[in-house]
Design a protein around this ligand. Structure first.
Ligand SMILES: Nc1ncnc2c1ncn2[C@@H]1O[C@H](COP(=O)(O)OP(=O)(O)OP(=O)(O)O)[C@@H](O)[C@H]1O
Ligand SMILES: [Mg+2]
Length: 443
């Protein structure tokens, strides 16, 4: 039994006897065979059929074997087909020339059947293996490419998840803790504030009483007078109401701060609420107050608020506050960098300006936070939203602030976060949030 389709062999020879002989030898063992009596015809057949091997006679009229071989080798459809030359037994020069032209082998005339079959079998097998190897290589390359794409995708997803986790963690753990503390402070604070009011009233009465006593009984006796000098009664009477007043200012401040902390950390992470953006900005500024105040080494950072008339917005206010916090903190960092550089101009006034407005199409609100710090190079600017990108020293920046902010604005609010910055000219961050289902402004 002969195997099916073990290979398609093209024989090119001008001698009909040789063609017939080779046809018989090859078909007998199961090869499919194409025959051509001229080189030109042979090339046409090789171009139009999936030929596995070519047997090529050297001496032919018109195109001889060498010319045919050259043409086959330079034609894209046929250059890969192995060619075996058929030469006379003593034509060593021809054999060498054929091999030099790229033929894989030669067989000698008169044909010795077993030799012909053995050589053909080996070269067809070699060709099959080469093809398989090329195919394997291609599919391996493709698999590597697919895997690389898959891995990059997984990496990107992982980074997103990590961001969400950090964001969630920041909000839920720190946020809830702070909101809890702010809430717990409220009661004792209310107790102190309420009693300061009562104490102020009582002290006023007491002072009135002492004054009255002194006017009715100017000669109080030596011991009382001595005590009065000892405790500096005149100063005490004047200073006590002032002391109470400044205690009141202090408790008021703590009250505001604790309310702001509560607003800032609102745990509305899962449901959007209709919120006043200005309230969010103000609570953020209140929390950052300590970073704005002048210090012995640095002048005050001024905040300029240009709040426009904007409607309440459906948003996760707790998350938006985090964005405000990140952007304003970055602005403060940038200004501190300028102030820390002894070369800054004497009249430099560090400033953060916050503008809010409704877009002209009334479809979104825009919040611009600008600083007059050192700005950024185009190279830094192109990377600021990248996960973990920071130019700050270890311990000062993690490179998460802006990537988290971008995610909050884009994904949670379907908005936009844009940065405008030029080296030496400061930086502006613009937050755009669609108001879609928020009610229009009143009035
Ligand atoms: N207002 C700004 N002026 C100048 N450079 C800025 C400003 N805002 C951001 N950058 C640059 O963008 C980088 C990334 O900011 P991002 O807030 O993401 O990280 P970070 O501030 O370095 O660290 P953190 O995670 O603590 O916020 C900063 O390191 C800084 O180089
Ligand atoms: Mg930051």
């Amino acid at each position: 039994m002969t195997p099916d389709k073990i290979g398609l062999v093209l024989v090119i020879d001008d001698s009909s006897t040789n063609l017939e002989l080779l046809y018989d030898i090859l078909t007998e063992v199961g090869y499919e065979v194409l025959l051509a009596k001229q080189g030109k015809k042979g090339i046409e057949l090789a171009q139009s059929h999936p030929v596995d091997l070519i047997l090529l006679d050297v001496i032919m009229p018109e195109l001889d074997g060498f010319q045919t071989c050259k043409l086959l080798q330079t034609t894209p459809e046929t250059h890969h087909i192995p060619i075996i030359f058929m030469t006379g037994i003593s034509d060593n020069l021809e054999k060498a020339k054929g091999l030099g032209l790229g033929a894989v082998d030669y067989i000698t005339k008169p044909f010795y059947k077993e030799e012909v079959l053995a050589r053909i079998k080996i070269h067809i097998k070699l060709r099959r293996l080469t093809r398989e190897l090329i195919h394997e290589k291609e599919s391996l390359e493709q698999r590597v490419e697919e895997r690389t794409a898959e891995l990059s995708q997984i990496l990107a997803e992982l980074q997103q998840t990590q961001l969400q986790l950090v964001r969630g963690e920041k909000l839920s753990s720190i946020g809830q803790l702070v909101a809890g503390v702010a809430h717990e402070i409220k009661n004792p604070l209310g107790f102190i504030a309420g009693n300061i009011d009562l104490a102020t009233e009582a002290v006023d009465h007491l002072i009135e009483y002492v004054e009255l006593y002194r006017s009715q009984f100017p000669n109080t006796g030596e011991e009382i007078q001595r005590k009065g000098v000892e405790i500096d009664i005149e100063y005490l009477l004047k200073d006590l109401p002032k002391m109470l007043a400044s205690m009141k200012v202090g408790t008021d401040r703590i009250c505001n701060l604790s309310t702001s902390l509560g607003t800032f950390c609102r745990s509305d992470t899962s449901v959007k609420v209709l919120a006043d953006i200005h309230e969010g900005l103000d609570s953020t500024l209140m929390i950052l107050q300590h970073r704005l105040k002048p210090t012995p080494h640095r002048r005050e950072i001024k905040i300029v608020k240009n709040y426009g008339k904007i409607p309440p917005v459906h948003c996760y206010l707790g998350q938006l506050n985090q964005v405000f916090m990140n952007i304003i903190s970055n602005g403060i960092d940038a200004l501190e960098e300028v102030l820390g550089n002894s070369a800054f101009p004497e009249n430099f006034g560090p400033q953060i300006t916050i503008n809010t407005q409704l877009s002209t199409d009334q479809q979104q609100i825009m919040i611009q936070i600008a600083d007059n710090g050192q700005g950024m190079t185009p190279e830094v600017k192109s990377q600021i939203f990248d996960y973990l990108f920071t130019t700050k020293p270890v311990g000062k920046g993690t490179g998460l602030g802006l990537s988290i902010s971008l995610q909050i604005i884009k994904e949670a609010h379907n908005g936009n976060l844009i940065c405008y910055s030029e080296l030496g000219k400061g930086t502006v961050f613009e937050i755009q949030i669609p108001i879609n289902d928020s009610p229009a402004i009143a009035g």
